[in-house]
Design a binder for this molecule. Sequence first.
Ligand SMILES: Nc1ncnc2c1ncn2[C@@H]1O[C@H](COP(=O)(O)OP(=O)(O)OP(=O)(O)O)[C@@H](O)[C@H]1O
Length: 259
Amino acid sequence: MLSVQDIDLYYGAAIALKTVSIEARPGAVTCILGRNGVGKTSLMRAICGRHPIAAGEIRLNGAPIHALHPESRARKGLASVPQGREIFPLLTVRENLEIGYAPLPRKDRTIPEEIFEMFPVLRQMLGRRGGDLSGGQQQQLAIGRALVTRPRLLLLDEPTEGIQPSIIKDIGRAIDRLRSKGPASGPTSEEAAEIRHAVATVRERGDIAIVLVEQYFDFARDLADTYYVMDRGEIVAQGTGADLKDPAREAEVRRHLTV
Ligand SMILES: Nc1ncnc2c1ncn2[C@@H]1O[C@H](COP(=O)(O)OP(=O)(O)OP(=O)(O)O)[C@@H](O)[C@H]1O
């Protein structure tokens, strides 16, 4: 369980987060919605330790982590897929996955089979260079690399950025499997079988709390168990995934997403 309580974050004298509080629980997708520049990435940086907070606290499973270096947070089970994915174009898919080993002790430096079950294309392309993959495949690689550490908390910063709508659906499905639940929008029977298998695999490993930063309302609505909307460094609306299916709530959230 991630608990962010009343945090402030500054860039020099400019405040980017003002008393922001969110919670994310295992087995659920927590969506952070908001326009460009409202502070979503700053919130991710605060959680993973890439930028210090000036006030408040961040706890992972009850223990404060906000004073820890990013590497220590990673060892405590936090993994993140940054905006832009940060795939190394000249390294192979396997080498890109192995970069995920960094916080792991030597004995744990293996690629979990489950990653290839979730993203079969990565197995097929193990020897190819990262730069040869499509945008959607690179996103799968970035998520796969984050899963190499067998995290308990996964931060995904705009996984749909620069990706075609059809691939966005694939990524949505993969996130759904991590959450150990079927997707909200009706799956085909083949998809349902894949998801059942993935759920069993994920269940063996335990639950992951997923925090998803997103600008696309529809993608968020399909996946969110909980959502928060940000505007100018603050949380201005929040609710459950079910709330997002209510037309009045949808209109409220969409208002915050349009410029
Ligand atoms: N390194 C930085 N130095 C100074 N100001 C920054 C820095 N990073 C972000 N900001 C500013 O902080 C505010 C919040 O930015 P942030 O990147 O967190 O927003 P965002 O909601 O993630 O937007 P985007 O979707 O464009 O990434 C913006 O006004 C931005 O200009």
